[in-house]
Design a binder for this molecule. Sequence first.
Ligand code: NAP
Length: 278
Amino acid sequence: MGNIIQGKLVAENFRNQIKDFIKYRNDNNLNVPSLAIILVGSDGGSQYYVRNAKKLCDNLGINCEILNFDEDKSEIDIINAIEVLNNREDIQGIMLQLPLPDNFDEKKIVSTINEKKDVDGLTDINIGKFYSGEKSFVPCTPKGIIELIKSTGEDISGKNAVVIGRSNIVGKPVAQLLLNNNATVTICHSKTKNLKEVCSNADILICAIGRPDFVDESFIKKGAIVIDVGTTMIEGKLKGDVKFESAIQKAGFLTPVPGGVGAMTTTMLLMNTCEALK
Ligand code: NAP
């Protein structure tokens, strides 16, 4: 039976680092970081995420402004608001809550965020820097995943890592971060042949599919580190991509859902916001 990776505890460790940073800034009469979050429309999941981010900022002593726009606002209204934030010296981080309602051009709006304030790592400039190995803001969910793997005490270097999923926000960036940590990386997707066989050779298996209970113990190499990124709401309960009771029999380490990757994402956003101030 494997070990459960406690995302909440790992996140707590990073939150303490943020608290220390804020204390140092306050003790030395220095400004503390300020994050602006732009929320468009009334999607329940987005509102929940933004509310939690604000609560965490308040707890840690980070300033947080939420700019709430109705769905009937125009793209220009949002872009104008971003430009004001870009020019405000008292704001270090800008986060645009995604996805935007269908009538908004996400890419166009994201591209107006100043890359030095792009704490979610979404702009083309940050993405380009990230994949070419230059210093950049690292996307929050993948950054949190790597910290969860490191929390096991296992060395990533030289391991066979398999990522199921190739999205721009999870699959591709997490594969890049694993590569940066010297893993040998395979990316799988819906057209991958012999998926089970490929996965069962993985020392590290990242599941970012969005299909509840898709991965069971038959996908898992004995002792592997398994990270479940999936979050699908079923009858009011959050379900991961990994069939937990089955997988824990074979995995060496496994993240739960909830309480695994999700617990890290907002904390990584606030780490990036502190980084932006530094
Ligand atoms: P996405 O954009 O829908 O991508 C899903 C990926 O899974 C695609 O690359 C797709 O392949 C692949 N896939 C789908 N069915 C498959 C199958 N049968 N076999 C192999 N691969 C398959 O999703 P995402 O944005 O990356 O998110 C993935 C999951 O993570 C979702 O449940 C999302 O809610 C969750 N998530 C959680 C957090 C968090 O903080 N906890 C953050 C972000 C996302 P193709 O490319 O071939 O279509």
